[in-house]
Design a binder for this molecule. Structure first.
Ligand SMILES: [Zn+2]
Length: 277
């Protein structure tokens, strides 16, 4: 699933192309595309698009009194729609502009989980943004101390918990833990102050590097093309040369370097290990 850097770069590209365009209309294509009943999205018609933003893993389209909050899920994309066909392949929803252009939200396959919330007023107090933690790129050491204080789960899980901190997913969680030389299985609430400071710096660096790489792309690439620790299982650790190991879960894989992160311990590759610390 695209994470903070990918979505940030996506929003910046969309802003460069579509900011200032006058919205003509918005139309869901599938039954599940529109997640809200009111306000009526037609209230945004005729407004000049202020731009595209991002909050957590959501794209924001700011159109006058309305913010369209878009979740791409796994493979969703928001792209210029030159054909504007009646039944576009994978089409979820479409925004049309008075200059004749359009943007199409697509999602491959049959999952149909991507969607659009139409929100008026403060998005922070309404679904789906309500309850999100602070964006990961806004936190300093003190901010991380607050985020981690009450969360006794494993660090990797807390990093991916959007209610704790927004924008980090499976890939960045692996990169951040490796960068910080912290065990992904450490109890998040028990990190020492110096470890929290190292974590904060690692988050900043990982996001900045990913963002720079994404800004060099003309569109969002597939996760596998991003490389890094997340896709490095079985390969040598780029820092120490030890073999990168994995612990597989049903919906994600933790990739780590035993030498750098777990005091040399190789963890059993299942979820029932008692000694994961
Ligand atoms: Zn290593």
């Amino acid at each position: 699933m695209p994470e903070l850097p990918e979505l940030q770069a996506h929003a910046e590209r969309l802003s460069a192309d579509f900011s200032g365009a006058v919205l003509a209309g918005f139309g869901p294509i599938t039954f599940t595309a529109l997640k809200t009943f009111r306000p009526d999205p037609s209230e945004a018609a005729g407004t000049i698009l202020a731009g595209f933003g991002r909050r957590g893993k959501y794209l924001l389209i700011e159109a006058g009194p309305i913010t369209f909050v878009v979740h791409l899920m796994q493979g969703g994309r928001l792209r210029p729609d030159d054909k504007q066909s009646a039944k576009p392949r994978g089409g979820i929803a479409r925004w049309t502009f008075e200059d004749g252009r359009a943007l199409l939200l697509t999602e491959p396959g049959t999952e149909r989980r991507a969607g659009v919330w139409v929100v008026a007023g403060d998005i922070e107090t309404q679904d789906p943004i309500l309850g999100l933690g602070p964006d990961a790129d806004t936190l300093d050491g003190a901010g991380w101390t607050v985020v981690l204080a009450q969360r006794s789960g494993r660090l990797h899980g807390v990093l991916r918990d959007q209610h704790a901190v927004a924008g980090v997913g499976r890939r960045l969680a692996n990169e951040i833990c490796h960068r910080a030389k912290l065990s992904p299985f450490a109890n998040a609430s028990k990190l020492a102050p110096d470890q929290v400071a190292i974590l904060a710096a690692a988050v900043r660096e990982c996001i900045a590097e990913s963002l720079a790489a994404e800004r060099a792309q003309t569109e969002m690439v597939k996760s596998a093309e991003r490389g890094g620790i997340h896709h490095g299982a079985g390969q040598p650790c780029p820092r120490c040369g030890d073999v990168l190991r994995t612990v597989e879960y049903r919906t994600y894989t933790v990739v780590y370097c035993p030498t750098c992160q777990t005091g040399g311990k190789v963890l059993a590759n299942n979820t029932t290990s008692k000694f994961l610390k």
